[in-house]
Design a binder for this molecule. Structure first.
Ligand SMILES: Cc1cc2nc3c(=O)[nH]c(=O)nc-3n(C[C@H](O)[C@H](O)[C@H](O)COP(=O)(O)OP(=O)(O)OC[C@H]3O[C@@H](n4cnc5c(N)ncnc54)[C@H](O)[C@@H]3O)c2cc1C
Length: 409
């Protein structure tokens, strides 16, 4: 019998776990401890809605916490845990005890390791405050340097140029978005960003930020200087695993969990960006930094606490919005996969399918999310349509999946 559950981290994974506990009929205490002061909000909005409109939607409406009898401790950090006794020391000086503990602490933005990184006008992109601070600098004509060619850098660059800013987007490797998206799609998106007015600098390593008190320019390894009123850095996260480390849980680039989100300590679970896990879709254990992974692992952890034996085995899925383009991806895509193109990338309507050893393993789509949803069903069932079908934009993959499932039954 579980009398109390404490969840550290009030975001996608933590809120999903709390609401799932109630959905599953759990009637004991639930305490959701969040270091941020805002009502838990949809973090993906930080580089999109907040920059463009100033607002992020809440994960659930405020009154739902009271209705579900979920105790919210916002603006409160868990400073230390003792896994043996379920003890949590809080930043307000209190110590609480719970029967089950979920660590859903996400990650901290990786810092730019160069001289000048302490100057004013430099922002990271993790929480709503970061988003608001960046938004206040997105004035027409402002010069914005975005460092980091991943999804967050891309979204910030898109939002900034839409706000009328002069945008320089800087990436150390040869192609922005290459690790996040299928390569042909990443290449197409570079053209999109350039057409919209973003100056893209690939193979460009930032070595120094220049300025007196506030940043005025970014210096690159080849000696170039890019003038900037504001620098926004999105170069990845490090897992917020410090509580777990101090409590001697197994940590290796994230808190190591099993398919039921259990950590190495009894009654302690982890979920979301902070958790390192493996499913049948992954060659090696890894952390995923996608909203759906966090949410679904929160669900799995909650169910596991209640004794359900449903392992986490979700196919990775993510989305990103840049300008009026909606991109979705699923599966595990590698640069050496065979790829099949459907549609036309230059028209902003295309899907790239990834095959490995003849089997469909992933898909990445530009404004064709139906293809990704169909591909997800195919991949989870181990089905691979012919190249003719995959390359034909008129073929509905959800129907194809049903046909192939029937044929193989
Ligand atoms: C700017 C941005 C845009 C994104 N866009 C997309 C997108 O378009 N699509 C997509 O699929 N994914 C996107 N993501 C990723 C997605 O938001 C994350 O995968 C998801 O938020 C992870 O949820 P989480 O609950 O694991 O952790 P987080 O959302 O990181 O939340 C962890 C929370 O724990 C708190 N915390 C940490 N330590 C403590 C402590 N000791 N005590 C109390 N609280 C603590 C943190 O302050 C934070 O509030 C985006 C992420 C960012 C940052």
């Amino acid at each position: 019998m579980i009398g109390s559950v404490a969840i550290v981290g009030a975001s996608a994974a933590g809120v999903a776990a709390a609401t799932t506990l109630r959905d599953e009929g759990y009637e004991g205490e639930i305490t959701l401890i969040g270091g941020e002061t805002d009502l838990p909000y949809e973090r993906p909005a930080v580089s999109k809605d907040i920059l463009l409109t100033g607002a992020a939607p809440p994960i659930i409406p405020e009154q739902r916490y009271a209705e579900l009898n979920i105790k919210l401790l916002l603006g409160t950090r868990a400073e230390r845990i003792d896994a043996r006794y379920g003890q949590i020391e809080l930043s307000d000086g209190r110590t609480m005890v719970s029967d089950r503990l979920l660590l859903a602490t996400g990650g901290w933005p990786r810092r730019l390791p160069v001289p000048g990184a302490e100057l004013g006008g430099l922002h990271y992109v993790r929480d709503a405050r970061d988003g608001q601070a960046i938004r206040s600098g997105l004035r027409p004509g402002a010069r914005i340097a975005v460092v980091g060619g991943g999804l967050i850098g891309a979204e910030v660059a898109a939002s900034a140029v839409q706000a009328g800013c002069e945008v320089d987007w800087i990436e150390a490797e040869g192609l922005c978005l290459a690790r996040a998206l299928s390569r042909p799609l990443a290449e197409a998106m570079m053209d999109v960003h350039r057409q919209r007015g973003v100056r893209v600098h690939a193979n460009a390593l930032v070595v120094r930020l220049i300025g007196e008190r506030s940043v005025q320019a970014v210096e690159l390894a080849d000696g170039r200087r890019i003038d900037a009123d504001m620098v926004v850095v999105g170069i990845g996260i490090t897992p917020a695993a410090e509580l777990a480390e101090e409590a001697d849980l197994t940590v290796s680039d994230g808190i190591v969990i099993d398919p039921f989100c259990r950590t190495s300590a009894e009654n302690v679970y982890a979920a979301g960006d902070v958790a390192r896990h493996q499913t049948r879709y992954m060659a090696t254990p890894s952390r995923l930094e996608h909203w759906r992974n966090a949410q679904e692992q929160g669900v799995t952890a909650a169910r596991a606490m209640l004794g359900h034996r449903q392992p986490y085995d979700e196919l990775p899925w993510f989305w990103t919005d840049q300008y009026d383009l909606h991109i979705e991806g699923c599966g595990v895509m590698r640069a050496d996969d065979e790829t099949i193109l459907r549609g036309n990338l230059a028209d902003g309507n295309a899907t790239v399918f990834h095959l490995r050893a003849g089997s469909l393993v992933g898909a990445c789509a530009l404004n064709r999310q139906g293809d990704v949803r169909g591909a997800m069903r195919l991949i989870t069932r181990g089905l691979t349509p012919s190249a003719d079908i995959l390359s034909d934009p008129t073929k509905d993959l959800r129907k194809i999946e049903k046909e192939l499932s029937r044929a193989s039954a």
